[in-house]
Design a protein around this ligand. Structure first.
Ligand code: ATR
Length: 290
């Protein structure tokens, strides 16, 4: 909880729709309390059509910072006054800082994924990374890993093959890292998984309430593979459970959420939050949902 709400208390928020399930208020308020910062973090349900007006409100009310989630991430790109280089390059904004009325857009999704892998002791250098999915999350993860992860190759596999092709081309054009693309048919997926060192699920397949689903059948997994699922509800998705059973190293999605939130906190307050406190708050929220 925040320390108390007074006239000087700063406000940060998350906007998106749906937003009721968001873990960010619990996670950020725990970090604020731990750091003794006089600020509070709340959630606003904002439809895509209202994104521009909501950000105008942010300027008018002097709201210090915002996280932007689905479906507002691309819309927000056009509504801010200035873009951080990484957000401009990725083409989506998930964090905004209000600098005396000037809104600056950032993207911390990809860095969150990179830091989650780093924290788990997974080396990305020289590795072939398989990204499952070609939507907004996949794009931020693939581009950031290609730019910052010193990877040897990015492999994209997606249900709609055309979208995989488009993202693979964008990654190659922007980073000069070699790419390949596949569909999700069993033969193609087998090839994609077989050639990769690290698999990252960037689709919502396996997310509650569809927790019996998995984007990759168990028989395609092998123990040398590191498997990272950005889905955090449930904490251990079917993909991660089966990967663990096969003997793979696994990285769960809570790690990415916590690290992208930590990066946002740093952007707003100019100091690093206690990541352990953020993770504890998130696990507490997840337990309540069970
Ligand atoms: P986000 O911003 O969370 O990435 P998105 O942009 O809507 O969301 O992207 C969703 C991704 O999950 C897409 O790659 C989508 O595949 P398509 O390009 O074929 O639409 C993938 N996806 C969603 N549901 C899926 C399912 N049931 N099976 C396989 N892929 C799925």
């Amino acid at each position: 909880m925040a320390l108390g709400i007074f006239a000087k208390t700063k406000v940060c928020c998350v906007i998106g729709d749906p937003i009721e399930h968001s873990m960010s208020p619990a996670v950020q308020n725990a970090a604020l309390a731990e750091a003794g910062i006089d600020a509070v973090y709340v959630a606003f349900k904002v439809r895509k059509e209202e994104c521009k007006r909501a950000l105008g409100g942010m300027r008018a009310l002097g709201i210090l910072g915002a996280n932007v989630t689905v479906p507002d991430k691309v819309e927000a790109l056009a509504c801010v006054d200035e873009l951080d280089a990484l957000a401009e390059w990725i083409g989506a904004v998930n964090t905004i800082k209000n600098d005396n009325g000037k809104l600056i857009g950032f993207n911390t999704d990809g860095l969150g994924a990179l830091n989650a892998l780093g924290e788990s002791g997974t080396e990305t250098r020289g590795k072939r990374i398989l990204v499952i999915g070609a939507g907004g999350a996949a794009k931020a993860v693939a581009l950031t890993l290609a730019k910052e992860g010193r990877v040897s190759e990015i492999v994209i596999a997606n249900r709609t093959r055309e979208n995989a092709k488009e993202l693979a081309r964008e990654v190659e054009d922007k980073t000069r890292v070699k790419t390949r693309f596949f569909g999700l048919g069993e033969g193609e997926l087998k090839k994609a998984v077989g050639m990769s060192d690290i698999l990252v699920n960037c689709t919502s397949v396996g997310m509650s309430p569809n927790s019996r689903e998995t984007p990759v059948p168990k028989n395609l997994l092998r123990r040398e593979l590191t498997v990272f699922d950005i889905v955090y509800n449930p904490l251990e998705t079917r993909l991660l459970r089966e990967a663990r059973e096969v003997g793979c190293k696994t990285v769960s999605g809570d790690s990415m959420l916590v690290h992208q939130g930590a990066k946002a906190f740093e952007i707003w307050f100019g100091r690093k939050p206690d990541v352990g406190v953020m993770r504890e708050a998130m696990l507490g929220e997840l337990k309540k949902k069970k």
